[in-house]
Design a protein around this ligand. Sequence first.
Ligand SMILES: Cc1cc2nc3c(=O)[nH]c(=O)nc-3n(C[C@H](O)[C@H](O)[C@H](O)COP(=O)(O)O)c2cc1C
Length: 196
Amino acid sequence: MNTSVRVSVVYHSVTGTVAEIAREIAEAAEKSGAEVRLRRVQEFPGLPEPADSAAAEIPCATVDDLLWADAIAMGSPTRFGNISAQLKHFLDSLGDAWRKGLLADKVYSAFTATSSKHGGQESTLLALITSFHHFGGVVVAPGYTRPEKFADGNPYGTAHCTQARTYPVDDATRKAAQVQAERFVKFAHAIKCAEQ
Ligand SMILES: Cc1cc2nc3c(=O)[nH]c(=O)nc-3n(C[C@H](O)[C@H](O)[C@H](O)COP(=O)(O)O)c2cc1C
């Protein structure tokens, strides 16, 4: 009986903030005992590749990365209070898997970054979470479940503001990412054990 949790962390990032949160979540999920795939979504043709030098080493996300996983954490920069077109393009490639019910019963969690305070973090996270509900996913938000969450302040998911806090991310954001990863791995593990 294999009850080790498989996690895919899928993100879009241009200037590296969301990528840094993604790496932190991936690392924390691994420390919680999960097998982890870190994946970026394909940049649109003609747009500059991510400034983040580590990005070139990270494979682009495919539908298989979601089918493989028990838990999926997805992150996007906030773009006009919403997710980026690049991440939406990836979500829109999932219609066939969704139709077959292959995205259901997995754990999902969301993260984002903005440049300004009140810049739309919650609306971006809720937009992502809306899609997770359509998949039939089990959404695991961090809530205010641990003291660290009162420092980062966002119960919907890890969210970093580059203008108000350190670039690329500060300790409060790293801690929030760790709390989020530990929490969704815990629930994914419980679901996997219950199913076997
Ligand atoms: C087209 C566009 C729209 C953006 N819209 C917002 C916004 O609504 N609110 C905000 O605070 N920041 C906004 N930003 C800034 C990004 O959310 C912010 O720089 C984020 O940290 C980028 O993430 P990344 O470093 O992972 O690329 C926008 C940036 C771009 C390019």
